[in-house]
Design a protein around this ligand. Structure first.
Ligand SMILES: [Zn+2]
Length: 464
C-alpha cells in the first residue's frame, strides 16, 4: 500500500513538473543576458511576526530547476533585502517584460542548467496590522490586477508553476493566541510556532492564509458530507460582532446547498476541506477556500472547480473560469446569437491578469457555445469532463480550445478566435503559443460582473 501511495505521489509530482515546463513562458533579453523562467520545485517560507517590534520578516528557501541556462526569474512586489544563490550573495533587478505587460525580478547572474537553491530575505508589510497584543495578516489575491497573487506578499513564481510549499509561522512576543485559517495542513508547535504544509499542485494563486488574534473572529466548524462519502472539514468564520458573525448558521445552510448543487453538476468537491471567511462585498477564490459575501458564495465555491481546480496557466486563460462562473450565476442561459467580439484570449504574451470582460461578454460567449453545442449535450458535460480529467493541470487557452474540440469531435477554434481573439485571423495555434502576440492592445473598459465585485487592496485592509 505504501509503495502504491509512493508511486502515485511520484507520478503526480512528475506530471506537475512536466506541465510546469510545458507552460514556462519563453525567455527574453535583458541587458548582458537573458531572463529565463524556471521550475520551482519546493519553497519553505519562514514567516516571523515580531509583535513587540511590529515587524514581519520572511526568509524564503526555494529549490529551483533551471532548464534553460540564463538569468532566473522570480517575482516579489516588495524589494528583497538579500538574495543568495547556492549560498552566495547575488544581486537582483526588477525588469519589465518585452511589451511592458508586467514586471518581474531577474538575477544579475547567469546560471547553468540544473538544480539550484535561492534564499530570499524580504519584509512583509502588505495586509499586516499589529494591535491588541497580536497581529492580523492575510495573503489575499486579486486575479484582475497585475502582480496580484502570492508575489504581493512572498517571493513566488508566476501562476504556471506548481510548487510544493511549506510555511513555518512564528509569533514573537504575542500576548494573545493567534488563529490561523488556511487551506493547508496546520500543525501547532510549542512557543507560538505553526507549520503549514500545502499540496504540491498549488500555484501562486492557490493559497488562502489569514491569521488573526483568536478573539477577533467567531467561527462555526462542521463536517460537510461529500457525494463520494468523504467528510469535508468546513470552517466558516467572520469578524466578531459583525452582521456576518450573527448569521453563521445561515451561512452554513447556504454553503451546504451550494456544495450539493456543484457536486451534482461536476462531481465530488475537488479539495479536502472548505474554508470560508464571510466578509466584504463580492469575493475571491482559492483552493477550497474563499473570502466572500454570502451573495457571491456560489460564484466563489464554483471557482473551487474552475479556477482553483481546473487551473489557468496565465492571464489569457484566466477568463474561462470567470465566464463559466458568471454563466452559472446567470442560471446557465442559452443564447442563439452573439454580437461583438473581445480580446479575452489575446492580451500580450506575458500578461498575468484576467480581462474583466470575462464576466459579461464571457458569460454571453458561454451561453452562445452552450446553445451551439445543444445537440451534443451543451457545455456542462464538457465542464464535468474537464474536472474529471484536467484537475490541477494548469492550461493555456489554446489547450482548452483543443480539449473542447476533441471532446465534441468538432472544432470550436473559429468561435474562440471570432469572439475572444478580437476576430483576428490567427489560423495557426502554434503561432499563438510560440510568438509574440500583436502589440498595442488596449485595456478593455472596466465591465465587472455586478454579483462578483473584487475588492481593492484598500478595501481588503478594512476586512483584516
Ligand atoms: Zn470569479
Amino acid at each position: 500500500m505504501k509503495f502504491i501511495l509512493l508511486c502515485l505521489f511520484l507520478s503526480s509530482w512528475s506530471l506537475a513538473s512536466s506541465n510546469d515546463l510545458d507552460h514556462r513562458p519563453k525567455s527574453f533579453k535583458v541587458s548582458r543576458g537573458k531572463a529565463v523562467f524556471v521550475d520551482f520545485t519546493h519553497a519553505t517560507y519562514h514567516i516571523t511576526y515580531d509583535i513587540s517590534k511590529r515587524r514581519t520578516m520572511v526568509l524564503a528557501d526555494m529549490k529551483m530547476n533551471v532548464v534553460e541556462a540564463g538569468r532566473p526569474v522570480f517575482d516579489s512586489v516588495m524589494k528583497p533585502y538579500s538574495v543568495m544563490l547556492n549560498g552566495e550573495r547575488v544581486s537582483v533587478r526588477e525588469v519589465s517584460t518585452p511589451s511592458r505587460e508586467t514586471k518581474v525580478r531577474v538575477l544579475n547572474q547567469d546560471v547553468p542548467e540544473g538544480s539550484h537553491r535561492l534564499t530570499i530575505e524580504i519584509p512583509l508589510t502588505n495586509l499586516v496590522s499589529f494591535g491588541g497584543g497580536g497581529v492580523k495578516s492575510a495573503f489575499w489575491n486579486s486575479d484582475i490586477n497585475n502582480r496580484g497573487f502570492l508575489e504581493r506578499y512572498l517571493p513566488a513564481n508566476l501562476e504556471y508553476d506548481q510548487v510544493k510549499m511549506d510555511f513555518v509561522v512564528k509569533f514573537i512576543g504575542a500576548s494573545t493566541k493567534q488563529a490561523i485559517y488556511t487551506n493547508g495542513e496546520v500543525t501547532e508547535h510549542p512557543q507560538n510556532i505553526f507549520t503549514i504544509s500545502y499540496p504540491s499542485h498549488y500555484t501562486s494563486s492557490s493559497i488562502f492564509f489569514h491569521t488573526v488574534p483568536v478573539n477577533s473572529v467567531e467561527e462555526i466548524r462542521f463536517n460537510m458530507k461529500s457525494i463520494d462519502g468523504r467528510d469535508l472539514p468546513t470552517v466558516i468564520y467572520a469578524s466578531s460582532g459583525s452582521s456576518e458573525a450573527s448569521n453563521l448558521e445561515g451561512a452554513k445552510r447556504h454553503a451546504q446547498s451550494i456544495v450539493k448543487e456543484l457536486e451534482g453538476d461536476y462531481g465530488p468537491f475537488p479539495h479536502p476541506s472548505i474554508t470560508i471567511y464571510n466578509a466584504g462585498t463580492g469575493g475571491m477564490e482559492y483552493c477550497g477556500a474563499t473570502m466572500s459575501s454570502l451573495g457571491a458564495l456560489g460564484h466563489e465555491l464554483f471557482h473551487s472547480y474552475f479556477s482553483r481546480g481546473v487551473m489557468p496557466a496565465n492571464g489569457n486563460a484566466g477568463w474561462i473560469d470567470e465566464a463559466l462562473a458568471s454563466w452559472r450565476d446567470g442560471g446557465y442561459q442559452k443564447s442563439y446569437s452573439l454580437q461583438g467580439t473581445s480580446r479575452l484570449s489575446i492580451w500580450p504574451y506575458y500578461n498575468r491578469f484576467t480581462d474583466v470582460n470575462a464576466y459579461r461578454f464571457g458569460e454571453r460567449f458561454m451561453s452562445y457555445m452552450d446553445a451551439k453545442l445543444e445537440s451534443k449535450g451543451g457545455l456542462k458535460p464538457f465542464m464535468r469532463h474537464m474536472v474529471e480529467n484536467k484537475l490541477f493541470t494548469p492550461f493555456f487557452i489554446e489547450e482548452f480550445i483543443a480539449e473542447m474540440s476533441e471532446y465534441y469531435k468538432e472544432s470550436v477554434k473559429e468561435d474562440f478566435y471570432k469572439y475572444t481573439f478580437g476576430n483576428q485571423n490567427i489560423s495557426n495555434v502554434s503561432y499563438v503559443l510560440k510568438h509574440q502576440l500583436p502589440q498595442g492592445i488596449e485595456k478593455a473598459p472596466q465591465n465587472e460582473h455586478p454579483h462578483h465585485q473584487k475588492m481593492s487592496f484598500e478595501e481588503l485592509e478594512n476586512h483584516l
